[in-house]
Structures are given as C-alpha cells and as structure tokens.
Design a protein around this ligand. Sequence first.
Ligand code: C2E
Ligand code: MN
Ligand code: MN
Length: 410
Amino acid sequence: MLTTLIYKSQLNPSCQSLSLISLVEKARQRNSALDVTGILLFNGADFLQILEGPEEVLEKLFCKIRSDKRHHSVVELMRDYGPRRRFENVGMLLFDLLVDSQKSVLSSVLRYSKLDYYLAAQDRVFKFIQSFITREQPTRDGAVFLPERWKLAPEHAPFGKCINGPIDNQVCQFALQPIIEPTEGKISSLEALIRGNDGGSPERFFSAIDQDKMYEVDLQTKAYAFALAEKIGIGDHKIAVNLLPMSLVNVPGAVDFLMDQILIHGLQPEQVVIEVTENEMISGFNQFNSAIKQLRAAGIGLAIDDFGSGYAGLSLLTRFQPDKLKIDREIVSDIHLSGPKQAIVKSIISCCTDLEIALVAEGIEKIEEWCWLESAGIKRFQGFLFSRPKLNGVGEIHWPQFSSAPFLSD
Ligand code: C2E
Ligand code: MN
Ligand code: MN
C-alpha cells in the first residue's frame, strides 16, 4: 500500500562537515531502485524528511535510517496512506535553508510536487513542510535531550527497614514502588500496590474475592498499606494507595474509616494520596463527587491514575482538578520516537502547569523516555528503570547521574 512517512531528526554535531549533496545523491540512487520518492529539508541543525513508497519497503528503510549515526533524535511525525505520491518524479531532493531563502524553498517544493497551490494548502504533508520551512530556529536552552550522557547508579535499601517475606495474619500484602524526582535526588512518594499472600498480582487477588465483597475488601485492605508505611518508617514521605472510586461510594463511612486508619498508624492525612483511574472516575462521577469533597475536607490528596488510557482525556479537568495526575505508560513508552505522543504529552504538561497539578510519568523503562520527558518539563517519575515494586519494603533505587564524557563520534 502506498505510504507516506515523515520524520524529523537532528544533525549529529560530529558530522558538521558532512556533504549533504553527496549523501542525498546516494539516497536518490538507492531510492529509485526501491521505488521510494520524497524530499529532505535541512535548516542547519534539523532535518525533515518525507518518504513515499510501498509500506514494507519504507518500514525497512526507516529502520536503517533510525540507526544512522549521522543524525540523532529521530522522531516519527506522520505515517499515512494515500492514492498518489506528492513527489512522483523526485527520487530524493535536498532543500537546504542555509543556501536558499524560505520563500524560494517553499516555491520549489511546490513546483516539484504534483499538487497545485490550493490542494497543497489543505494537505497535512505540506503543512508539515511549510511549518518546518517557516518556523523560527528551534531554541534548545537548558532542555537538552542527551540520553547517552546519563548512567544509573544504584542506592541500596533507601529505607533501612525492610520486612522479609509476607506479613502474617493479613488477607493480602503490599509492595511499595517509589515515585522519584531524579534531578533533585528525592523520593517524592511511595505507591502501595496490592499483592496476594503468594505475591500474586492485584488482578489475581481481586478475581478471588466475591463480587459483592469487592469494595469492602478494597477499602479495608488499605489499613495494611498504612500499617506497612508505619513499620518501615516512611517519615514525612507521602504514601499513595489505589482505590476503586466505588469503594469510597458504596461502603458506608469509607472516608471516616480511612481517616481513622491513617491516624492510628501515625500518618498525617496530607501525606496520603488516593489514586483512582481515569475510566473508573468518569463512569460514576456524580456519586464519586461527594466522596471527593469528603476526602478534600479531610486533607487527603487525590490523583488521577492511568491518565490518557481512557476516553475522557483533558476534558476531565473541566469537571475536577486533582492534586496529581499520572500519565499512563501507554503514552510514555517510546515517547522519544513518536511525534504524536510528544504532542499529546506537551499539551498535558501545559494544562497541568496552568492548573498547578503535579504530574507523574509512570512506567518508565528506558533512559531515553525519561530524558525526553525530563527535558519537556516533567519532574516526577515512576518505573522499572528507577525502581521495581518490592514486597513489604522499598527496593533498590537507580538514580540517573550525568556523565561529562564527550560525544562519541563514529
Ligand atoms: P497502577 O496503579 O497504575 O500501578 C502501576 C502498575 O504498573 C503496577 O502494576 C506496577 O508494578 C507497574 N509498573 C510500574 N513501573 C512499571 C514499568 O516500568 N513497566 C511496567 N511494565 N510496569 C510497571 P501492578 O502492581 O500489577 O498493579 C496493577 C494495577 O492494579 C495498578 O495499576 C492499580 O490500578 C491496581 N491496584 C494495585 N493495588 C490496588 C489496590 O489496592 N486497590 C485497587 N482497587 N487497585 C489496585
Ligand atoms: Mn496507581
Ligand atoms: Mn497507573
């Protein structure tokens, strides 16, 4: 199927003297053999490339392009299908904004394409080209994406106390996973994740519970989470627990129960955050609203979990603003490679900045994901990269450390 793929990337600083003309000439020869057409735009620092061709061919070619050391930060912006090519007669053509003016580049791109001006003005591919040509040079102040400069250094047993094995006389256990602020070297909070007595997942634990006891069990088990926080001595750190919103709505006196347990275990309500997932929240919002008010009145914090995995999205924030919003793993995974994911996260960051909502990115597994998110302005992170959940304790934390080693040139 005829596919159009657009990506942007940055010139590797060690390839400054690169001859773009010979590079493009080689690409042109290769592309004509592969039935690939397109153009390459360069502004002195960044590239934008449009590739057109059969889907499988482009897939293979893009894999090769991504591992090419002459550029870095390759981000896919668009992948689309269409009835015809825009650059049918062009094997690969270079437009260099260091050599030609914006105006002349724009008009020669149009000349080489098969579309007239009116059609081009409505075409998404041309909008990408036009914005690349006409935008101001990107400023890269402070926020630099340099994943290769970071190493992880482990810190063993950050909370001295750890309980070995499961705790007796409980219907379940809890594993703790820290949410950290890597640049501050600070633990921002600990999330308590429920486990069966055999260490099994939350899903398995809840599937063994009678449907009509579910909410009660969900609520009551939180007492063990607070007890664990007391046992390991969390000090003034925060503890986050997960709850189904209906556990607060359907169980009479739910908020009072939580308050009692928080105080019994020597915690302050301000130290406690209740996490509810986006989808569950929206489905029973009206009933849940009064429970939110009670939590607020008691001083307990509220977080929206798995944000971006559901259908409500940012409009949820018109109804209600939580203290904290956790961006779902689905959106942050491989964010350094995806233009659409980056655009979505930037808009979440901008909303939460305006509304003073703390943001957490969860499920971070790669240093590149963290680096991109950190340079976009997120400060709090949770994920296997930094620390895995540990039964009845806090596991090793791997803190990122900047290395001043120079760029490796190839
Ligand atoms: P969640 O609240 O979004 O918790 C994060 C889940 O992601 C945890 O799975 C954690 O182990 C996992 N995780 C953390 N970092 C990474 C990572 O880098 N990569 C990957 N692949 N996964 C990561 P877990 O413990 O299996 O919990 C699953 C879900 O079960 C939780 O998602 C939460 O929604 C729910 N849950 C946990 N405890 C309770 C509870 O006490 N009550 C209720 N109602 N739900 C709970
Ligand atoms: Mn959670
Ligand atoms: Mn989550």
